[in-house]
Design a protein around this ligand. Sequence first.
Ligand code: CP
Length: 350
Amino acid sequence: MTKASQLEAKTVSEAGKSHLVNGNKSSEHEPTFRRRHVLDLDDFSVDEINAVLQNANAMKEVLQRDIKKVPTLRGKSVITLFYENSTRTRVSFEQAGKILSADVINVSNSGSSAEKGESLYNTALTLQAMNADIIVVRHPDSGAPHFLSRFLDASVINAGDGLHAHPTQSLLDMYTIKEYLGEIAGLKVVIVGDMLYSRVARSNLWGLTKMGANIVLCGPPTLMPTDFINGGKDMEGHPFSAVTIEPNLEKALEGADVIMTLRLQLERQRAGHLPTLREYSKIYGINQKRLDLAKPGALVMHPGPMNEGVEIDSEVAHGARSVIEAQVTNGVAIRMALLYSVVTPGRESI
Ligand code: CP
């Protein structure tokens, strides 16, 4: 039985009987996802991360079919509540929900009563009163999804909050790394760019270090949260002990397995963090010559949207080592896995 058919079989079974539809249930340990909300990866166990990645494998099989539809979330409603612009995250959550047969409703700041001054609290209560099972929220304020999770009965999934966290991006990044390189543990992952304002970098710091990657951070000193990193490194057993800060990009890239370049938020120049974009690109831009310093099979990743010609050259962004489009495809599988997991917490992985 394929993973995808297991998924369908499970959707028609009762949760408590899920082992019956697995056929020959393995006695090996199966990673299990036990949470109702997905707010960040700082409190995720390795087991829970593995459960999401494993469930995403089954979801990816569904994505590769001619008819991409399973009844898993039939009768459930998913509301995407986006107070910031998004292409990848919003569309992939919508697609994920629809493939799983959920009813998906998109609400954005623009055009909603938020424009008339309705608070986040009242907006969320209103959506819950319409029986939302899952609310996927993106908000410019760090902590907004945590705030919602304190009073909503619905599951809350963080789709990016301020400069705090973007856990679903990190999960899809880890899935992509595993897909191409097999394992995450022991890999040298170089993250380049604006670490200070990047919620993607923060979630990846938690996720990748928990999974055993050795992370090297490289970026302008004005955009490096040195206290955040070193505060963790000073604590015994803290995952950030596997993080190094290397200001020289050429040195950082030597022997890299993965190069993850971040979007330069262009407003940082206006805020005085950078002299010019040209200088930033000259010192921190990923071009072919710099890519050659990494391992021959190194992956080039970018969460998007990209400023081509600033943090990454076009020939690298669209070159043979780039997995940027695979990240987008895997984002749908990861978000399907998360929607499935939060409504069935405690169930073994598919
Ligand atoms: N990576 C990411 O969050 O992209 P969007 O802003 O397009 O969702």
